[in-house]
Write a protein that binds this ligand. Sequence first.
Ligand code: PAZ
Length: 322
Amino acid sequence: MSLLDNGSSEIINPDTYFQTNTPPRTLGENENRVKEFVNKHNEAGRRIVLITSGGTTVPLENSTVRFIDNFSAGTRGATSAEYFLEMGYAVIFMHRQFSLQPYSRHYSHSKNCFLDFMELKSDGSIGVNSKYAPKMKAVLEKYQEFKKNETLLFLDFVTVADYLFLLRSVTRIMSALKEHAMYYLAAAVSDFFIPAQKMPQHKIQSDGGLTLTMDQVPKFLKPMVTNWVPCGFIVSFKLETDPALLVDKSRHALTRYGHQIVIANLLAIRKREVILITRDSEFQIKLTEDEIAENIEIESRIIPELTKRHDEWIRNADHVDM
Ligand code: PAZ
Protein backbone atom coordinates (compact mmCIF):
# COMPACT_ATOMS: atom_id res chain seq x y z
CA MET A 1 0.00 0.00 0.00
CA SER A 2 1.29 3.44 -0.88
CA LEU A 3 1.40 6.17 1.74
CA LEU A 4 0.69 8.68 -0.96
CA ASP A 5 -2.38 9.12 -3.03
CA ASN A 6 -2.05 11.37 -6.06
CA GLY A 7 -5.69 12.46 -6.05
CA SER A 8 -7.50 13.54 -9.17
CA SER A 9 -7.99 17.19 -8.18
CA GLU A 10 -8.13 19.40 -11.27
CA ILE A 11 -5.19 21.70 -11.90
CA ILE A 12 -6.36 25.29 -11.84
CA ASN A 13 -5.18 27.41 -14.70
CA PRO A 14 -2.44 29.99 -14.05
CA ASP A 15 -4.80 32.98 -14.51
CA THR A 16 -7.12 31.65 -11.82
CA TYR A 17 -4.10 31.01 -9.60
CA PHE A 18 -3.01 34.66 -9.85
CA GLN A 19 -6.57 35.89 -9.28
CA THR A 20 -7.10 33.81 -6.15
CA ASN A 21 -3.72 34.17 -4.41
CA THR A 22 -2.15 37.22 -2.82
CA PRO A 23 0.97 38.77 -4.38
CA PRO A 24 3.97 39.42 -2.12
CA ARG A 25 4.04 42.87 -0.51
CA THR A 26 7.35 43.75 -2.14
CA LEU A 27 6.25 42.97 -5.71
CA GLY A 28 5.85 46.59 -6.91
CA GLU A 29 9.19 47.66 -5.43
CA ASN A 30 10.96 44.66 -7.03
CA GLU A 31 9.35 45.37 -10.40
CA ASN A 32 10.84 48.88 -10.30
CA ARG A 33 14.29 47.51 -9.47
CA VAL A 34 14.07 45.04 -12.35
CA LYS A 35 12.94 47.73 -14.83
CA GLU A 36 15.88 49.94 -13.89
CA PHE A 37 18.37 47.03 -14.12
CA VAL A 38 17.02 45.83 -17.46
CA ASN A 39 17.07 49.34 -19.01
CA LYS A 40 20.59 50.01 -17.82
CA HIS A 41 22.13 46.78 -19.12
CA ASN A 42 20.09 46.75 -22.30
CA GLU A 43 21.42 50.24 -23.11
CA ALA A 44 24.95 48.98 -22.38
CA GLY A 45 24.36 46.16 -24.91
CA ARG A 46 24.70 43.45 -22.28
CA ARG A 47 22.72 40.25 -22.42
CA ILE A 48 20.67 39.48 -19.33
CA VAL A 49 19.92 36.12 -17.75
CA LEU A 50 17.27 35.45 -15.14
CA ILE A 51 18.38 32.66 -12.80
CA THR A 52 15.92 31.12 -10.38
CA SER A 53 17.51 29.28 -7.48
CA GLY A 54 16.67 27.37 -4.30
CA GLY A 55 13.43 25.80 -3.08
CA THR A 56 9.99 27.27 -2.48
CA THR A 57 7.95 26.67 0.66
CA VAL A 58 4.30 25.68 0.95
CA PRO A 59 2.66 27.15 4.06
CA LEU A 60 0.15 25.06 6.00
CA GLU A 61 -1.43 28.01 7.83
CA ASN A 62 -2.19 31.57 6.69
CA SER A 63 -0.45 32.89 9.84
CA THR A 64 2.40 30.55 9.00
CA VAL A 65 4.08 28.50 11.70
CA ARG A 66 4.50 25.33 9.65
CA PHE A 67 5.41 24.83 6.03
CA ILE A 68 6.61 22.15 3.64
CA ASP A 69 10.03 22.70 2.11
CA ASN A 70 12.45 20.82 -0.14
CA PHE A 71 16.13 19.93 -0.22
CA SER A 72 17.48 22.62 -2.55
CA ALA A 73 20.25 24.80 -1.09
CA GLY A 74 20.60 26.87 -4.27
CA THR A 75 24.05 25.55 -5.17
CA ARG A 76 23.24 25.16 -8.87
CA GLY A 77 21.83 28.67 -9.21
CA ALA A 78 24.53 30.46 -7.17
CA THR A 79 27.35 28.64 -8.95
CA SER A 80 25.83 29.22 -12.38
CA ALA A 81 25.45 32.95 -11.67
CA GLU A 82 29.22 33.30 -11.29
CA TYR A 83 29.88 31.61 -14.64
CA PHE A 84 27.23 33.72 -16.41
CA LEU A 85 28.85 36.88 -15.00
CA GLU A 86 32.21 35.67 -16.30
CA MET A 87 30.65 35.21 -19.75
CA GLY A 88 29.60 38.89 -19.73
CA TYR A 89 25.92 38.50 -18.83
CA ALA A 90 24.12 40.73 -16.36
CA VAL A 91 22.32 38.44 -13.91
CA ILE A 92 18.96 38.75 -12.19
CA PHE A 93 19.39 36.28 -9.36
CA MET A 94 15.95 35.30 -8.06
CA HIS A 95 16.63 33.13 -5.08
CA ARG A 96 15.07 31.61 -1.99
CA GLN A 97 15.75 33.84 0.98
CA PHE A 98 18.92 32.72 2.81
CA SER A 99 19.87 30.16 0.15
CA LEU A 100 23.36 30.17 -1.34
CA GLN A 101 24.44 33.28 -3.22
CA PRO A 102 27.16 33.83 -5.82
CA TYR A 103 30.61 34.52 -4.31
CA SER A 104 29.52 34.34 -0.67
CA ARG A 105 28.63 30.66 -1.32
CA HIS A 106 32.34 29.85 -1.01
CA TYR A 107 32.17 30.82 2.67
CA SER A 108 28.56 30.34 3.78
CA HIS A 109 26.62 27.15 4.58
CA SER A 110 30.07 25.51 4.73
CA LYS A 111 31.54 23.31 7.43
CA ASN A 112 33.78 26.17 8.48
CA CYS A 113 32.58 28.99 10.68
CA PHE A 114 33.60 32.30 9.00
CA LEU A 115 36.00 32.88 11.90
CA ASP A 116 37.98 29.85 10.74
CA PHE A 117 38.96 31.82 7.65
CA MET A 118 40.63 34.49 9.83
CA GLU A 119 43.74 34.65 11.95
CA LEU A 120 45.09 36.83 14.72
CA LYS A 121 48.40 38.40 13.75
CA SER A 122 51.32 38.94 16.14
CA ASP A 123 50.71 42.73 16.09
CA GLY A 124 47.16 42.17 17.38
CA SER A 125 45.43 42.89 14.04
CA ILE A 126 43.29 40.30 12.25
CA GLY A 127 43.57 39.09 8.67
CA VAL A 128 42.73 36.21 6.35
CA ASN A 129 44.28 32.89 7.31
CA SER A 130 47.14 32.44 4.81
CA LYS A 131 45.87 28.94 3.99
CA TYR A 132 42.69 30.43 2.48
CA ALA A 133 44.11 33.73 1.15
CA PRO A 134 44.87 32.79 -2.51
CA LYS A 135 41.39 31.42 -3.18
CA MET A 136 39.75 34.26 -1.25
CA LYS A 137 41.71 36.82 -3.28
CA ALA A 138 40.47 35.28 -6.55
CA VAL A 139 36.85 35.26 -5.33
CA LEU A 140 37.17 38.80 -3.95
CA GLU A 141 38.47 40.18 -7.26
CA LYS A 142 35.50 38.76 -9.16
CA TYR A 143 33.08 39.92 -6.45
CA GLN A 144 34.43 43.46 -6.59
CA GLU A 145 34.16 43.53 -10.36
CA PHE A 146 30.45 42.73 -10.37
CA LYS A 147 29.93 45.28 -7.56
CA LYS A 148 31.67 47.93 -9.66
CA ASN A 149 29.69 47.11 -12.83
CA GLU A 150 26.44 46.50 -10.91
CA THR A 151 25.80 43.42 -13.04
CA LEU A 152 24.03 41.36 -10.39
CA LEU A 153 20.55 42.02 -9.04
CA PHE A 154 19.22 39.99 -6.09
CA LEU A 155 15.52 39.26 -5.66
CA ASP A 156 14.26 36.88 -3.03
CA PHE A 157 11.22 34.70 -2.47
CA VAL A 158 10.07 32.28 0.21
CA THR A 159 6.75 30.68 -0.70
CA VAL A 160 5.66 29.19 -3.99
CA ALA A 161 3.18 32.08 -4.38
CA ASP A 162 5.98 34.66 -3.93
CA TYR A 163 7.95 32.77 -6.57
CA LEU A 164 5.16 32.60 -9.17
CA PHE A 165 4.12 36.25 -8.84
CA LEU A 166 7.74 37.41 -9.03
CA LEU A 167 8.53 35.14 -11.98
CA ARG A 168 5.57 36.47 -13.95
CA SER A 169 6.49 40.10 -13.24
CA VAL A 170 10.22 39.74 -13.98
CA THR A 171 9.73 37.77 -17.18
CA ARG A 172 7.12 40.21 -18.49
CA ILE A 173 9.54 43.10 -17.94
CA MET A 174 12.38 41.15 -19.56
CA SER A 175 10.25 40.27 -22.60
CA ALA A 176 11.25 43.66 -24.08
CA LEU A 177 14.74 42.17 -24.54
CA LYS A 178 13.28 39.57 -26.92
CA GLU A 179 15.81 36.88 -27.88
CA HIS A 180 18.68 38.65 -26.06
CA ALA A 181 17.43 37.42 -22.67
CA MET A 182 17.96 33.95 -21.25
CA TYR A 183 15.83 32.31 -18.56
CA TYR A 184 17.60 29.65 -16.49
CA LEU A 185 15.04 28.02 -14.21
CA ALA A 186 17.05 26.04 -11.66
CA ALA A 187 14.77 26.57 -8.63
CA ALA A 188 13.11 23.53 -7.10
CA VAL A 189 9.51 24.75 -7.24
CA SER A 190 6.83 22.97 -5.22
CA ASP A 191 4.42 20.88 -7.28
CA PHE A 192 1.67 20.96 -4.66
CA PHE A 193 0.20 23.70 -2.48
CA ILE A 194 -2.75 24.53 -0.26
CA PRO A 195 -4.86 27.43 -1.57
CA ALA A 196 -5.16 30.34 0.91
CA GLN A 197 -8.95 29.88 1.19
CA LYS A 198 -8.50 26.23 2.24
CA MET A 199 -5.85 26.92 4.91
CA PRO A 200 -6.66 27.57 8.56
CA GLN A 201 -5.88 31.12 9.61
CA HIS A 202 -4.12 30.14 12.83
CA LYS A 203 -1.61 27.56 13.96
CA ILE A 204 -2.90 24.01 13.55
CA GLN A 205 -3.44 22.49 16.99
CA SER A 206 -1.82 19.16 17.78
CA ASP A 207 -4.99 17.35 18.91
CA GLY A 208 -4.37 14.21 16.86
CA GLY A 209 -2.96 13.19 13.50
CA LEU A 210 -2.93 15.49 10.50
CA THR A 211 -4.18 14.66 7.02
CA LEU A 212 -3.32 17.06 4.23
CA THR A 213 -5.01 17.48 0.88
CA MET A 214 -3.04 19.57 -1.56
CA ASP A 215 -3.81 21.06 -4.97
CA GLN A 216 -1.42 20.90 -7.86
CA VAL A 217 0.54 24.07 -8.63
CA PRO A 218 -0.39 25.27 -12.13
CA LYS A 219 2.14 24.58 -14.88
CA PHE A 220 3.55 28.10 -15.23
CA LEU A 221 6.00 27.20 -18.01
CA LYS A 222 3.18 27.09 -20.54
CA PRO A 223 2.06 30.74 -20.11
CA MET A 224 5.68 31.78 -19.68
CA VAL A 225 6.68 30.32 -23.07
CA THR A 226 3.50 31.36 -24.87
CA ASN A 227 2.64 34.74 -23.36
CA TRP A 228 5.15 36.17 -20.91
CA VAL A 229 8.37 35.80 -22.99
CA PRO A 230 7.52 34.38 -26.41
CA CYS A 231 10.98 35.18 -27.89
CA GLY A 232 13.18 34.35 -24.88
CA PHE A 233 15.73 31.56 -24.70
CA ILE A 234 14.27 29.37 -21.95
CA VAL A 235 16.19 26.63 -20.14
CA SER A 236 14.39 24.60 -17.49
CA PHE A 237 15.71 21.85 -15.22
CA LYS A 238 14.13 18.47 -14.62
CA LEU A 239 15.00 16.63 -11.45
CA GLU A 240 14.25 12.95 -10.93
CA THR A 241 15.51 10.25 -8.60
CA ASP A 242 14.60 7.31 -10.86
CA PRO A 243 17.03 7.09 -13.81
CA ALA A 244 14.41 5.20 -15.83
CA LEU A 245 12.13 8.26 -15.90
CA LEU A 246 14.60 11.07 -16.42
CA VAL A 247 14.95 11.43 -20.19
CA ASP A 248 11.32 10.64 -21.04
CA LYS A 249 9.99 13.09 -18.47
CA SER A 250 12.39 15.79 -19.68
CA ARG A 251 11.37 15.24 -23.29
CA HIS A 252 7.74 15.32 -22.28
CA ALA A 253 8.27 18.74 -20.62
CA LEU A 254 9.96 20.06 -23.76
CA THR A 255 7.11 18.93 -26.00
CA ARG A 256 4.44 20.08 -23.61
CA TYR A 257 5.77 23.60 -23.05
CA GLY A 258 7.65 24.22 -26.31
CA HIS A 259 10.73 25.93 -24.84
CA GLN A 260 14.35 25.48 -25.93
CA ILE A 261 16.27 23.24 -23.50
CA VAL A 262 15.58 20.95 -20.56
CA ILE A 263 18.57 20.08 -18.41
CA ALA A 264 17.93 16.64 -16.97
CA ASN A 265 19.59 15.75 -13.67
CA LEU A 266 19.38 12.96 -11.11
CA LEU A 267 19.41 14.01 -7.47
CA ALA A 268 22.32 11.78 -6.44
CA ILE A 269 24.70 12.75 -9.26
CA ARG A 270 23.50 16.26 -10.18
CA LYS A 271 26.88 17.81 -9.40
CA ARG A 272 28.76 15.62 -11.85
CA GLU A 273 26.40 14.66 -14.66
CA VAL A 274 23.58 16.36 -16.57
CA ILE A 275 21.97 15.93 -20.01
CA LEU A 276 21.01 18.92 -22.14
CA ILE A 277 17.92 17.90 -24.06
CA THR A 278 16.54 19.79 -27.06
CA ARG A 279 13.83 18.84 -29.53
CA ASP A 280 16.32 16.99 -31.73
CA SER A 281 19.39 16.29 -29.58
CA GLU A 282 20.76 14.99 -26.30
CA PHE A 283 24.10 16.26 -25.03
CA GLN A 284 25.66 14.77 -21.93
CA ILE A 285 27.99 16.78 -19.70
CA LYS A 286 29.85 14.51 -17.30
CA LEU A 287 32.86 15.32 -15.14
CA THR A 288 35.71 12.81 -15.15
CA GLU A 289 37.08 11.37 -11.90
CA ASP A 290 40.12 13.67 -12.29
CA GLU A 291 37.92 16.72 -12.73
CA ILE A 292 35.92 15.79 -9.65
CA ALA A 293 39.16 15.40 -7.66
CA GLU A 294 40.24 18.87 -8.84
CA ASN A 295 36.91 20.36 -7.67
CA ILE A 296 35.88 21.38 -11.18
CA GLU A 297 32.29 22.57 -11.05
CA ILE A 298 29.91 21.15 -13.64
CA GLU A 299 28.41 24.62 -14.12
CA SER A 300 31.74 25.68 -15.64
CA ARG A 301 30.82 23.32 -18.50
CA ILE A 302 27.07 23.93 -18.61
CA ILE A 303 27.14 27.73 -18.88
CA PRO A 304 29.57 28.08 -21.84
CA GLU A 305 27.53 25.44 -23.70
CA LEU A 306 24.32 27.39 -23.05
CA THR A 307 25.79 30.75 -24.01
CA LYS A 308 27.00 29.19 -27.27
CA ARG A 309 23.48 27.98 -27.96
CA HIS A 310 22.07 31.36 -26.97
CA ASP A 311 24.38 32.97 -29.61
CA GLU A 312 22.90 30.63 -32.21
CA TRP A 313 19.37 31.44 -31.05
CA ILE A 314 20.05 35.17 -31.47
CA ARG A 315 21.70 34.65 -34.87
CA ASN A 316 18.71 32.63 -36.09
CA ALA A 317 16.26 35.21 -34.77
CA ASP A 318 18.20 37.99 -36.58
CA HIS A 319 18.06 35.89 -39.70
CA VAL A 320 14.31 35.37 -39.40
CA ASP A 321 13.75 39.12 -38.85
CA MET A 322 15.65 40.06 -42.03
O1 PAZ B 1 19.90 23.70 -5.33
P1 PAZ B 1 20.73 22.49 -5.58
O2 PAZ B 1 22.01 22.83 -6.28
O3 PAZ B 1 20.92 21.67 -4.36
O4 PAZ B 1 19.87 21.56 -6.59
C1 PAZ B 1 19.70 21.95 -7.93
C2 PAZ B 1 18.41 21.35 -8.50
C3 PAZ B 1 18.48 19.84 -8.45
C4 PAZ B 1 17.21 21.84 -7.70
C5 PAZ B 1 18.29 21.82 -9.99
O5 PAZ B 1 19.37 21.33 -10.71
C6 PAZ B 1 16.99 21.33 -10.60
O6 PAZ B 1 16.89 20.26 -11.11
N1 PAZ B 1 15.92 22.15 -10.53
C7 PAZ B 1 14.59 21.82 -11.03
C8 PAZ B 1 13.90 20.87 -10.10
C9 PAZ B 1 12.57 20.40 -10.65
O7 PAZ B 1 11.60 21.10 -10.38
O8 PAZ B 1 12.49 19.38 -11.35
